[in-house]
Design a protein around this ligand. Structure first.
Ligand code: ZN
Length: 313
C-alpha cells in the first residue's frame, strides 16, 4: 500500500491528467487508506494514451532515458517513456528474482524484437543487470537477424538460456536441421523463457521435448514492463508484487473481482518515474490466486486466460 500511495503522490504532483482524474473521482489528496480503496482510483484505458506521448508522462521530457512503443492492432502507437532509473529496478525485487535461476555462468540468447517495443531490451537488461549473464542480442528473424546466424551464434557461444516467443522457439528448431545444427548437441539449453503470444501446455510440452529443457512463461507488456512470471512448478505466474499491483475487474461493471474470479487484468506500476501506469486496463483476461505454491514463493499467482494483443509481432 505504501508503494501504491507513493505512486499516487508522484502522478498527482507531476501529471495534470492523472491529477484531474483523481480530483474528479473525489480525491483531495493522493492517498488511499486501504487496498480496497484502490478501486476508487480511476482506470486508465489504452485509448486515452494511444498516440499521445505526454498524457501520462510524469517527468520533464529531458529525463526520459528510453522510449518504447507498441503498435497494437488499431492504428496509432502507444508511446512509453522510461527514465534511466526505471530500467534498473531489478536490484530491489528479491522475491521476484528468486524465480530466475540465471547467473553470470549463463549465456542468454535473446530472440525477441529489439525494434520499438520493450521485450528484447527488457530481457537484456534483466539478464545483464540482475544476473550478470552474457547476452546474445539475436533479435527475431528478419533481414538483420537471419535464423542461421542466430543458431550459429548460439552454438559458438554455447547459449544456455533462450528468451523468445513460442512460435519462434519452434521455428528455430525446425530450421536448425537445414543448417546442420543439432539441438541438444551443438546447442544445449537449460532454460527457455517465453513471452508474447499465448501458448497451450501441449505446445509447451512439445517445445520442452524438442529443446530438451524447461520452458517457462513470462507475462508483461511494453506499457507495464514485467508483470508476472512462472516458477518451475508451472502452475501460474507469480505476480512481481514489488513492481506492480495487479487487480482483476469485471470489464463491464468495472468493479473489482475477488480471488478466483476471471476478469480483465488491471496493472498499476510501482516505483516507476517516467510513465507510471495507474490502474491500467490491459484488456488481457485472467484471475488471481493466493500463492500456495510448493516453490515457496509467496507472491500471488496470476492465471492468464487470454491476451487480446500480441506484443511480439
Ligand atoms: Zn511457484
Amino acid at each position: 500500500m505504501k508503494a501504491n500511495n507513493a505512486t499516487l503522490a508522484h502522478v498527482w504532483d507531476k501529471n495534470e491528467y492523472y491529477r484531474s482524474k483523481l480530483e474528479e473521482a473525489g480525491f483531495t489528496e493522493p492517498k488511499i487508506e486501504s487496498l480496497e480503496q484502490l478501486a476508487s482510483v480511476p482506470l486508465l484505458k489504452k485509448d486515452v494514451i494511444r498516440g499521445d506521448k505526454q498524457k501520462v508522462l510524469c517527468v520533464d521530457p529531458k529525463e526520459i532515458g528510453q522510449v518504447h512503443l507498441t503498435s497494437g492492432t488499431s492504428g496509432k502507437p502507444i508511446y512509453t517513456s522510461y527514465t534511466l532509473a526505471d530500467q534498473y529496478i531489478y536490484d530491489i525485487l528479491p522475491k521476484y528474482l528468486e524465480i530466475f535461476k540465471e547467473s553470470g555462468e549463463d549465456v542468454a540468447a535473446i530472440a525477441l524484437p529489439y525494434e520499438f517495443a520493450l521485450p528484447g531490451l527488457g530481457f537484456q537488461r534483466l539478464f545483464q543487470f540482475a544476473f550478470r549473464t552474457a547476452v546474445l542480442s539475436l533479435g527475431k528473424g528478419g533481414y538483420m537477424a537471419p535464423v542461421d546466424k542466430s543458431l550459429e551464434l548460439m552454438k559458438e557461444y554455447q547459449a544456455t538460456v533462450l528468451a523468445t516467443t513460442p512460435s519462434y522457439a519452434a521455428l528455430l528448431v525446425e530450421e536448425s536441421e537445414k543448417y546442420g545444427i543439432k539441438i541438444g548437441d551443438d546447442i544445449r539449453l537449460k532454460k527457455i523463457w517465453l513471452t508474447g503470444e499465448g501458448c497451450s501446455s501441449t505446445f509447451r510440452d512439445r517445445l520442452e521435448k524438442w529443446w530438451g529443457c524447461e520452458v517457462s512463461f513470462f507475462y508483461g507488456s511494453t506499457e507495464c514492463g514485467g508483470v508476472s512470471v512462472e516458477c518451475s512448478e508451472h502452475k501460474g505466474y507469480h505476480v512481481m508484487e514489488g513492481h506492480v499491483k495487479v487487480e482483476i475487474i469485471d470489464p463491464v461493471s468495472e468493479k473489482p473481482l475477488p480471488y478466483g474470479k476471471t476478469g480483465e487484468i488491471i496493472v498499476t506500476t510501482l516505483l516507476r518515474e517516467g510513465m507510471p501506469m495507474v490502474r491500467y486496463r490491459t484488456v488481457d483476461i485472467g484471475y488471481l490466486q493466493k500463492a500456495r505454491c510448493v516453490c515457496g514463493n509467496t507472491m500471488d499467482v496470476l492465471q492468464l486466460r487470454g491476451r487480446k494483443e500480441n506484443m511480439c509481432n
